[in-house]
Write a protein that binds this ligand. Structure first.
Ligand SMILES: Cc1cc2nc3c(=O)[nH]c(=O)nc-3n(C[C@H](O)[C@H](O)[C@H](O)COP(=O)(O)OP(=O)(O)OC[C@H]3O[C@@H](n4cnc5c(N)ncnc54)[C@H](O)[C@@H]3O)c2cc1C
Length: 422
């Protein structure tokens, strides 16, 4: 999604698919060990059919992503409010370091469900995007298959009111598996709803637990317009279909998505600021957003934008549009003290912003990298880390060129052909 797997300096690419399959199941504890080249559907099928279990981890990319990729990118599934994000699901890892040492952490080192044995080494490798080690195996927390499911949908007159209803729901302790808020642009374009900003909710699990969760949600949505929950069914059917974006990129239009996160106190303003900034980028055709994951203290905003430069065949203009659109959302997020990535990671496209986002913490990351990979051989040029092979594309943005200041964002060559991705 962010260019993390592109070998910008050449080198050796590892195909992890040979390391596939479930190697251990503790049904009583709900713990599953899987090799890291295992694809999502293969793992889900085996857990469901042979063990009556689910991870509840359903990223939109489930069909094309692996256990190792989920861990390496700190992935988040669409049902995350009930089942947690990958960092909640992972209980231990096996990682091969740059010098060949094999490290086992957490449950795979025999540490049980939790421990206070110094910093959490499992979490160190979550989000490391291939720069600190090769993840070969993961122990994951699974749950019994859910016996019950409930769905609901509402329309809100404003995006801010929808966010407020979600905030109050989460802060009352309710955790419906899926709570999404699509703005009017997306509600009409993708889900055929024209009554306002669309809130989609779905919960699954124990009947008593989900009844309570959905009742709290309904109470907090009492001033909104209730909609036919059939729209939730439409979302379930189409939720992983990104062919719309693929089609428009074929027309020479640049389209991409950017997910960020912020606290509730900043989230509404970030939504409005980022969309305004996107609309000011020359060539912009549209910008839209939805809230896709929520927490007690804040949530994720997932922006989609599309546009072009001076013409479909004008690659430099399309690249400029792409860079400026990214800068617009990154800058707005940093202004609102948000996180520049909620779940897609840093890769190349965000690498120029990580130093600013982490502050002095970036030097700690550099120290960890130097310690674990002194030769700098693991996924060089990613996460904006210093690289012995030369400057990494997008690694050093010139802040004076951000669109806010009238410039064009990062100045080095970009990794993409106009951002034709979803
Ligand atoms: C259409 C689409 C929808 C998406 N939806 C979601 C979503 O809902 N939620 C979400 O979180 N993400 C989503 N993503 C982003 C991405 O698919 C996920 O982050 C996924 O977890 C990446 O896994 P992968 O196996 O495809 O990894 P890759 O793309 O192959 O690799 C990603 C990075 O991880 C590193 N890596 C991969 N495997 C290992 C390993 N075994 N050890 C060390 N490093 C490794 C690579 O070097 C690279 O830097 C989406 C992507 C697409 C294209």
């Amino acid at each position: 999604m962010t260019g993390g797997a592109i070998p910008v300096f050449g080198g050796v690419a590892l195909d992890m698919r040979g390391l596939a399959g479930v190697t251990g199941v503790d049904r009583t504890s709900g713990l599953v060990t899987a090799l890291c080249g295992t694809y999502g559907p293969e793992l889900a099928r085996e857990l469901e059919q042979r063990h009556g279990l689910t991870l509840g981890h359903w990223p939109q990319s489930i069909d094309v992503s692996t256990v190792g990729g989920w861990v390496a990118c700190r992935a988040v599934g669409q049902y995350s409010t009930r089942y947690g994000k990958i960092e909640d699901i992972v209980n231990g890892l096996e990682v091969v370091l740059a010098d060949g040492r094999v490290v086992r952490t957490g449950g795979l080192a025999g540490a049980g469900p939790r421990s206070s044995t110094g910093p959490d080494l499992t979490q160190l490798f979550l989000g490391s995007e291939g720069t600190l080690g090769i993840i070969t195996s993961a122990q994951l927390r699974a749950r019994p298959l859910p016996p019950t499911e409930r769905r609901a949908a509402f329309a809100f007159p404003s995006f801010d009111e929808g966010l407020e209803a979600i905030r109050r729901t989460l802060q009352r302790g309710a955790t419906p598996a899926v709570v999404r808020l699509h703005d009017t642009t997306e509600a009409a374009r993708s889900w055929g709803v024209d009554q306002g900003h669309l809130l989609i909710a779905l919960d699954e699990g124990d009947e008593h637990v989900i009844e309570a969760s959905m009742r709290v949600l309904a109470e907090e949505c009492r001033h909104a317009t209730p909609l036919d929950p059939a729209v939730v069914g439409r979302w379930l059917e189409k939720r992983n279909d990104v062919s719309e974006l693929t089609e428009i990129t074929r027309l020479g239009i640049v389209a991409d998505t950017i997910e960020v996160a912020a606290c509730w106190s900043e989230l509404p303003a970030l939504y409005h600021d980022a969309l305004a900034a996107l609309s000011e980028v020359p060539g912009n055709l549209f910008g839209s957003a939805h809230g896709s994951h929520s927490y007690v203290d804040g949530g994720c905003l997932y922006f989609t934008f599309a546009g072009q430069g001076t013409g479909p065949d004008d690659l430099p203009a399309r690249e400029e549009f792409y860079r400026r659109s990214w800068s617009a959302v990154m800058e707005a997020t940093l202004r609102h003290r948000g996180s520049i990535s909620h779940h897609h990671g840093i890769g190349l496209v965000r690498s120029g912003y990580l130093r600013q986002a982490l502050g002095e913490g970036f030097s700690v990351l550099e120290g960890v990298k130097t310690s674990l990979d002194p030769e700098g051989i693991l996924n060089p040029g990613k996460l904006g880390l210093p690289c012995r092979f030369g400057p990494s594309p997008w690694a050093e943005p010139d802040p004076s060129t951000s669109p806010e200041r009238g410039g064009q964002g990062p100045t080095a060559e970009g990794p993409h052909d106009g951002g034709a991705r979803s």
